[in-house]
Ligand binder design. Structure first.
Ligand code: ATP
Length: 435
């Protein structure tokens, strides 16, 4: 039986992944395969944090189980289902957990089903905005059990997560704190994170080297102690063993769509807000720095001109945008905001650099040969003794040495989206580092 949950947490605490880990550690059923943490459209306006929903398969397991976590005892999953359990039994068991852990203002949804919803639901959930009624109709059509609290929105994330058939997938080992420690300062030795990062190349997004910040450790008061992301289950367990940190109460490995770029719509004819796109663009302005540290640049796609933004948290990534010039050709991946309508940049491929010319001094007066003086910004030049006016473009120009080279660029670890595919997973390295 497949079970999925979403939307039990609030910004003040809890985490739906913890709810699932707690359920699994006390479960009367066998776990079939890994539990799944499925990230959905990062642009949905009503997400709490990372728009993650959770799903797992339960029943009577067959085959040799393997260890994927630890709570009061080992947490193990079976490679296949031997016997199905009843949907009602699973729902009756799950409901009290949601009742106990749901936070004020959340809209939990639980879905239980013998079969998965159609795959298109996952892609819509990862890329678009889905109405609750449409999702409910799909679930009812397939005979799934569903339960929603509050406005019932949680069933959308739950159903979309259940519909995921992994195309690209990664793993995350999540470790949770003892309940009495929630909200207090976490103990995690940064040097041990640095060591982990060097020792296990199959892990990613571990550390922000520039500031020696542990990207694996959240800063919110939630139950998570750390989350190690990677490609290999055994490496994750070994990597956990190298960390110098407070003892986790529970740890568990999830299969995830993190780092897959599944949220990115390619070749879109029409651009709608609250979705993420990969767009081929030609830069049409110099960048401008805005209050708050955001850097904005304009770019053209056919007849349409768009503002692209590198926000303050993207730190040195903003320097790439500052170095772009009109005529440069890029592919931009980013979320299209509704208001202001800007493309919030997540990753940029610089494809071709334009020849950029810089002003090299003032023009000479055609009569006397002396350098003319500027009349004001954009207003041209004048030779006062000869009463000659020269237009702005009369100034001599020379090629600007370009300080950027073609290639892929991404923001630092801490400002990446969960779904953004890091360059290391694309087999790419950024050609330049900005300071
Ligand atoms: P956390 O990451 O901390 O678990 P969250 O960011 O996942 O929290 P939720 O509290 O789960 O946030 O809220 C997201 C809500 O948006 C859920 O109710 C979910 O069902 C709904 N939702 C998710 N994706 C979509 C979508 N594509 N269209 C419409 N609603 C969605």
């Amino acid at each position: 039986m497949y079970l999925a949950v979403d939307d039990t947490d609030s910004r003040d605490g809890m985490c739906t992944t913890y709810l699932l880990a707690k359920m699994i550690s006390e479960m009367p059923f066998d776990l079939i395969g890994l539990p799944r943490l499925v990230r959905l459209n990062p642009a949905v306006p009503w997400k709490t944090r990372g728009n993650g929903a959770l799903t797992m398969r339960v029943g009577v397991g067959g085959g040799e189980p393997r260890t994927i976590g630890e709570g009061d005892g080992e947490i193990r999953c079976h490679p296949r289902l031997r016997r199905e359990v009843s949907a009602e039994e699973v729902m009756d068991w799950a409901l009290p957990y949601v009742g106990e852990y749901m936070q004020a203002g959340s809209n939990p949804g639980i879905v239980v089903s013998r079969t998965k919803p159609p795959q298109r639901l996952y892609w819509q959930g990862a890329r678009e905005i889905l109405p609750i009624e449409d999702t409910a109709a799909v679930l009812d059509g397939m005979g799934a059990l569903r339960h929603g609290e509050g406005d019932g929105r949680g069933i959308v994330g739950a159903a979309c997560a259940m519909a995921w058939r992994p195309r690209d997938r990664s793993l995350e080992l999540l470790a949770y704190r003892e309940e009495q420690r929630w909200g207090s300062v976490r103990r995690l030795e940064i040097s041990s994170v640095e060591r982990l990062d060097a020792m296990y190349p199959s892990t990613f997004n571990n550390i922000e080297r520039r500031w020696m910040k542990a990207a694996i450790m959240p800063s919110t008061p939630c139950p998570v102690l750390y989350g190690i992301r990677g490609e290999d289950l055994s490496d994750l367990i070994a990597a956990k063993g190298t960390l110098e940190a407070e003892q986790p109460a529970i740890w568990l490995i999830f299969l995830t769509n993190q780092g897959s770029d599944d949220h990115v719509i390619e070749d879109a004819a029409e651009l709608l807000p609250n979705r993420s796109y990969r767009l081929s663009l030609t830069i049409s302005s110099l960048s401008r720095d805005e209050k708050g540290g955001h850097v904005i640049i304009r770019a053209r796609r056919g007849d349409e001109e768009l503002e692209c933004a590198a926000y303050e948290p993207s730190k040195e990534f903003r320097n790439l945008i500052r170095l772009l010039r009109p005529g440069d050709e890029i592919d931009a991946i980013g979320e299209l905001r509704e208001e202001p309508r800007t493309l919030n940049l997540e990753k940029v491929l610089v494809k071709r650099l334009a020849d950029s010319l810089l002003k090299a001094g003032n023009p000479r007066c055609p009569r006397c040969g002396r350098a003319a003086k500027s009349v004001g910004k954009g207003a041209g030049y004048r030779c006062r003794p000869c009463s000659v006016h020269l237009p702005e473009d009369a100034a001599p120009r020379s090629p600007e040495p370009r300080l950027v080279v073609p290639g892929w660029y991404e923001p630092p670890v801490c400002s990446r989206r969960h779904l953004s595919k890091p360059l290391c997973r694309m087999g790419e390295t950024q050609p330049l580092d900005f300071v």
